[in-house]
Design a protein around this ligand. Structure first.
Ligand code: NAD
Ligand code: ZN
Length: 388
């Protein structure tokens, strides 16, 4: 067996109403002041009220950094760090999607630090352990609650990039289905397919191993069984809780393995054209897996066996193609755009896209098929015209 490592947050609690365990965590951490990270979209749903009640129940005070923007940039980090350094508190609680959790993880680790986000971009290893942090995800996609990555947009370079450091691993995670009960179907769809991309990429990655396989295969099964239900029935709390679990599994799989070419090609779409992370990945997932078919046939077939045991006797190539069709169907069944045309991206954007994706070596190196610039160009051409 090849050497591998499983790194998961220390305390993970899942199930409806686990949010009610937050007061016990605050007491255990002996925190008298809590810094809550969230954004306006989350605040407007009222789901933070339960968090505030828990803080009061623990006899702690709190302040809220609540104006965070989606898909944070380096400038956003600098602005939020000014608020963070003024805030008093011994514990960070993040209530939100990947954008909020990434910012909270960065700020918890960087509070009072002498370096800034640009120094970190140059050298990720500068980061030290900062304040303890609790992650409460309110979307069902990024798995940021389980990873030690934070993704930031770098506007000067029109790219998004990952800061990777184990000091950002959350201390506590609360996966409570009630937190995504009012999540708009469009965001359930895009964040859910982001989670699907995480598990498919990790399972087919050069870095795949026994730990990432376990979480990725279980996550894929949960997503194929629950995403369309969670998207189409606002009251299906069981499906939503399962999606929250699947997204967490995806995050654990990323921490143990790594995403591949889907995310590498998606980053320039977020960095320059501001397409939401989940949507970029959804548009690219089936086309990239089609390009990877030969190199990943055995892995895609194995995943298909887990989802569709009745088809076990089919040839490996049939099963792998079946898995790709299954991916394409879930993207179209959840109403996600399938073409970059819809975002005003045309063939004139190809040179930038190809160069920016080819620069994302950290992820392309994980892809089983070596993708040349011509291969990358062919994939973008396909999704500009209308992929899936
Ligand atoms: N760190 C990691 O491991 C990792 C992995 C994948 C993606 N990411 C990053 O995560 C970010 C995307 O995160 P996301 O997809 O979760 O979306 P998001 O956090 O950007 O949120 C999208 C929108 O949904 C709203 N929202 C969130 N929860 C809601 C709720 N329960 N009800 C109503 N509205 C709600 C927010 O207000 C926001 O407007 C990107 O920046 C991406 O690069 C990080
Ligand atoms: Zn992702």
């Amino acid at each position: 067996m090849k050497p591998c490592q499983l790194t998961v947050p220390g305390h993970v609690r899942a199930g409806e109403n686990v949010i009610e365990q937050l007061s016990g965590i605050i007491e255990a951490e002996r925190a008298s002041k809590v810094i809550v990270f969230t954004d306006e979209g989350v605040l407007s749903t009222g789901i933070c009220n339960g968090v505030f009640e828990q803080i009061k129940k623990a006899n702690a005070e709190y302040c809220v950094i609540g104006d965070l923007r989606p898909e944070p940039s380096t400038q956003d980090v600098i602005r939020t760090m000014e608020q963070m350094n003024r805030a008093e508190g011994e514990l960070v609680v993040a209530v939100g999607g990947g954008s909020v959790m990434d910012m909270a993880k960065l700020c918890a680790a960087m509070k009072g630090a002498s370096y800034d986000i640009y120094d970190l971009l140059e050298n990720n290893s500068l980061m030290e352990k900062g304040l303890p942090a609790v992650m409460i995800p309110t979307t069902c996609g990024t798995g940021s609650e389980a990873t030690f990555n934070a993704i930031v947009a770098v506007p000067e370079k029109s790219v998004k990039t990952g800061i990777v450091n184990k000091n950002m691993l959350a201390d506590y995670v609360l996966l409570d289905g009630n937190m995504i009960a009012k999540l708009p179907p469009k965001i359930i769809a895009s964040s859910g397919v982001d989670a699907l991309a995480h598990v498919i990429e990790c399972f087919t990655s050069n870095k795949a191993n026994v730990f990432s396989d376990l979480y990725a295969a279980a996550g894929a099964k949960l997503i194929f069984e629950n995403l369309v239900r969670a998207y189409s029935d606002a009251n299906d709390l069981q499906a939503k809780s399962n999606m929250l679990l699947a997204a967490f599994y995806g995050g654990v799989a990323i921490a143990a393995s790594g995403t591949t070419a889907v995310h590498a090609l998606a980053y320039p779409l977020g960095g320059k054209y501001h397409i939401a992370h989940g949507v970029s990945n959804a548009i690219l997932l089936a086309p990239v897996m089609r390009a990877n078919l030969e190199a990943c046939e055995d892995r895609l077939a194995l995943l298909e066996d887990g989802i569709n045991p009745a088809g076990y006797g089919r040839a490996q190539s049939e099963k792998a193609k079946g898995m790709i069709e299954r991916i394409a169907s879930i993207v179209s069944d959840t109403g996600i755009p399938s073409s970059l045309c819809e975002f005003g991206i045309g063939l004139e954007d190809l040179d930038f896209l190809v160069d920016a994706a080819a620069d994302c070596k950290r992820l392309l190196d994980n892809n089983r098929r070596v993708l040349t610039k011509n291969d990358i160009r062919a994939i973008y051409q396909e999704v500009i015209k209308g992929g899936i």
